[in-house]
Design a binder for this molecule. Structure first.
Ligand code: C5P
Length: 303
């Protein structure tokens, strides 16, 4: 069988994991319109699945379980197009995308789909590109995409695209994570626009959490800070209500993930997390029971 025939038979399945922002310190607005920030991110066990196959033509095709995401703006599609242009690839690809991560939720779903496409196509198309080049392409697609190439635990700064990977460590008191997605979607750009100077923090929260995690200690709850949280809670009463209900359901701590509206709440014990999840679901909330995860390489399968 020729290489070309073999490629026709191959399908690459890859999972794209969601992230939470353990901290998000926003330092200032930059001249280019982005914000300088320091954030600690961790991937969690909630994922989309992508299946890549060779296209019959030279184009990139996307088919997504959420019809509204079948657009030219989809970051998974854009990732494949950017790679094709940058490395003058004439091959086409079909991308099938099973969406499980809530959309416009602050969980990095679209960015993670893009990162998964970059990782998979580099391998599949045997692109001789360095990690540094892949990171540069990822940063072009979105600020969170470089982190999501590897996931795990990392400190990210700049506009979020400068990634320092951290050794895996997660406090036992935070072992289980409930993610509550209020019934609205937020555009990241809108949330950043709602920032005021009083929301800026110098980065001390992220640095304190970094020191704690490096020392394999539990961070102080007060340092699990998100500079975007005040504005989101003020602007969107639904999110404030959801936060209240999570606390009422027994969550010891509730924080906004990224630009929201998803809230995360860590629990030490599975039983308590499950009880809170059941109570909140009975109230009509969309709630996921997850835990931190360190993704491996994409799984390659043949049809
Ligand atoms: O980088 P990404 O495309 O994900 O960012 C989406 C929007 O969020 C940007 O256009 C910008 O308005 C805002 N943003 C920001 N500062 C950052 C990251 C994002 O202002 N560090």
């Amino acid at each position: 069988m020729s290489d070309a025939q073999r490629r026709q038979l191959d399908a690459c399945f890859v999972n794209a994991y969601a992230k939470i922002n353990v901290t998000l310190d926003i330092l200032r607005r930059r001249d280019d319109g982005y914000h300088e920030l320091i954030t600690i991110m961790q991937t969690v066990d909630l994922y989309d699945t992508l299946c890549l196959t060779a296209a019959k033509d030279e184009r990139v095709h996307l088919s997504c379980t959420v019809p509204e995401l079948n657009t030219g703006d989809n970051l998974a599609l854009r990732a494949a197009q950017v790679l094709r242009q940058r490395f003058v690839i004439t091959r086409g690809v079909n991308i099938e995308l099973v969406k499980r991560i809530p959309v416009a939720a602050g969980l990095g779903g679209g960015s993670s789909d893009a990162a998964a496409v970059l990782i998979a196509l580099r391998q599949w198309w045997r692109l001789g590109i360095s990690d540094a080049e892949l990171f540069a392409v990822a940063a072009e697609i979105g600020s969170d995409v470089p982190f999501l190439l590897h996931g795990g635990l990392a400190l990210c700064d700049g506009r979020g695209e400068q990634v320092t990977r951290l050794p895996p460590f997660w406090p036992a008191s935070m072992r289980w994570l409930l993610l509550l997605k209020p019934a609205l979607g937020l555009a990241t750009a809108d949330v950043f626009r709602g920032l005021s100077a009083r929301d800026y923090s110098g980065g001390s929260h992220s640095r304190a959490v970094l020191a704690a995690l490096r020392a394999r200690q539990t961070p102080e709850p007060g340092h699990l800070h998100n500079s975007l949280e005040r504005g989101v809670l003020e602007m969107y009463p639904q999110v404030a209500q959801a936060r209240h209900d999570l606390l009422e359901a027994g969550a010891p701590l509730v924080r906004l993930s990224g630009s929201g509206p998803t809230l995360f709440a860590p629990f030490a014990a599975l039983e308590t997390a499950q009880q809170a999840q059941a109570q909140l679901q009975a109230q009509g909330y969309e709630v996921y029971l997850t835990h931190p995860i360190y993704p491996g390489e994409p799984a390659w399968r043949r049809n």
